[in-house]
Ligand binder design. Structure first.
Ligand SMILES: [Zn+2]
Length: 374
C-alpha cells in the first residue's frame, strides 16, 4: 500500500536494488615495499625473475593458480614449494609448471611447459598442507617435471583419485623421502581408492621439527596433527619460515571453526597456534588461511601474527555457496594495517596472450613476486 504512493522509478529502485557491494578495501598496489620487503605484480612469464636471488636475498612467489594455492620460496641455493593446486573447471596443473619453468628454468619434457630434454631441475622441499584438490592437483605433474628430495604431507588420507595418483607418483620418485605427521606403517604401504601404494623411504615428522632450507633459511613445523581428523583442513601443516631476519607464516587452510566475523573468538587450529606458539606465529608475511574465508583469520589470531604483508590466493570457483575471500577478512586485515596481495583481482579479465600457462581458464595474470633483502 505504501509502495503505490511512490513514483514508479523509486519503486523499481527499492524492489530491484542489488545487495550493496562491500567498499573496496584498498587499491591493489602494483609494486611497493619498505626496501627490505618489496613486491611486484607478475602477469606474464617475462615479469618473473629468471635468475636465482643473490646470496642473502630471498624470493616468495604467490602463483596465481585460479581457485587454489601455490607458494614458491627461493633462495640462492634452494627452492621450496608449499602446495600447488586449483579447483577450477578444466583445472590446469600446467600453469604451475609453466610458472616454475619461468622462475627456476625449464625442466623435464613437453608436459612441463617449456621442454628441456635431459634436464631435471631440483625443488628440494615440497610441502602439501592438506590433501584437498585445490592444494594438490598440480603436484603429481611437479613430481614428473622436477627432482624433489623431501616431500612433506600431513598423512591424512583422502579417499580420492587425485590423492591416490599423487601418492603413486611419490612412491615411484627416486631420491625422495616422504614425511608424514602420522606414524609410518610397518609395511610402508597405504591403501587409497582401491590401490595399495608402497612408499620405500618414509619418515614421521613432529611439531617443533626444524628443517634447513639453505643458507640463512629454515622452516619450523608449528602444527602437525598425528591422527586423521574429519575435515582435512584441520590437518593443515603450518610452517614458520625464516628467510634471513624475515619471518613468514604458511597456514594452508587452517581454521578457527564455523564461518564467523573475525571479532569472534579463536578456535580449532588458530587457537592451538596462539596457545602453543604465540611467539613463533609472529610474522612479517602471512599466507592468509583458507583463501581468506571467515572460517579463519579471527581478529586475535591476526593480531598475534601482526603481518605487514598478507597473501590471499583465491579464484572464482565457489567453496560451498561462497566465493572467497570474504570481505570481512579483507577489512580486518586492512584495519590491522596489512598490505593485501590478492591473486583474484583480474579473474575473468586476464589477457589470453602472454598469460602464464597459456590457457584461458580463470586467473593466471595476478601472481606476485616478493623480494626479501638482508
Ligand atoms: Zn583450499
Amino acid at each position: 500500500m505504501v509502495l503505490r504512493s511512490l513514483p514508479l522509478a523509486l519503486i523499481l529502485a527499492l524492489t530491484a536494488c542489488p545487495a550493496p557491494r562491500p567498499p573496496p578495501v584498498k587499491p591493489l598496489p602494483p609494486s611497493g615495499g619498505d626496501g627490505k620487503i618489496t613486491w611486484a605484480h607478475a602477469s606474464t612469464a617475462a615479469e618473473v625473475p629468471s635468475t636465482p636471488p643473490t646470496p642473502g636475498t630471498f624470493r616468495v612467489h604467490l602463483i596465481d593458480v585460479g581457485t587454489g594455492l601455490a607458494v614458491l620460496i627461493q633462495g640462492a641455493d634452494f627452492a621450496m614449494l608449499y602446495d600447488a593446486g586449483t579447483n577450477d573447471k578444466d583445472e590446469r596443473p600446467s600453469r604451475v609448471t609453466a610458472y616454475l619453468a619461468a622462475a627456476l628454468g625449464p625442466s623435464g619434457d613437453e608436459l612441463c611447459g617449456e621442454a628441456a630434454p635431459g634436464t631435471r631441475r631440483t625443488i628440494e622441499n615440497v610441502v602439501l598442507s592438506h590433501p584437498h584438490f585445490d592444494h594438490a592437483s598440480a603436484l603429481d605433474l611437479v613430481l614428473h617435471c622436477y627432482e624433489v628430495h623431501q616431500f612433506w604431507d600431513s598423512g591424512r588420507v583422502n579417499e580420492t583419485v587425485f590423492y591416490r595418483e599423487l601418492l603413486a607418483a611419490i612412491g615411484k620418485a627416486t631420491q625422495l623421502t616422504y614425511h608424514t605427521a602420522v606414524d609410518v606403517p610397518a609395511s610402508h604401504e597405504v591403501a587409497v581408492k582401491g590401490m595399495t601404494i608402497h612408499i620405500p623411504v618414509w619418515e614421521t615428522f613432529h611439531e617443533g621439527d626444524e628443517v634447513q632450507l639453505g643458507e640463512g633459511a629454515k622452516f619450523t613445523i608449528l602444527h602437525a596433527e598425528g591422527k586423521p581428523l574429519k575435515d582435512p583442513n584441520q590437518n593443515s601443516v603450518v610452517l614458520a619460515v625464516q628467510l634471513g631476519t624475515t619471518r613468514m607464516l604458511l597456514v594452508g587452510d587452517a581454521e578457527s571453526g564455523e564461518r564467523r566475523d573475525p571479532s569472534y573468538g579463536v578456535g580449532d587450529v588458530e587457537e592451538f597456534l596462539i596457545d602453543h606458539h604465540k611467539q613463533d606465529i609472529r610474522a612479517d608475511i602471512l599466507q592468509v588461511g583458507h583463501h581468506g574465508s571467515k572460517t579463519s583469520s579471527r581478529r586475535d589470531f591476526l593480531a598475534a601474527v601482526h603481518a605487514q604483508l598478507a597473501l590471499v590466493s583465491s579464484g572464482p570457483k565457489r567453496y560451498g555457496k561462497t566465493t572467497l575471500p570474504d570481505h570481512e577478512v579483507l577489512e580486518e586485515l586492512a584495519a590491522q594495517g596489512a598490505t593485501i596481495l590478492r591473486t583474484d583481482e583480474h579473474d575473468g579479465a586476464c589477457p589470453t596472450t602472454g598469460r602464464i600457462g597459456g590457457d584461458d581458464g580463470p586467473g593466471g595474470c595476478d601472481s606476485w613476486v616478493i623480494t626479501i633483502r638482508p
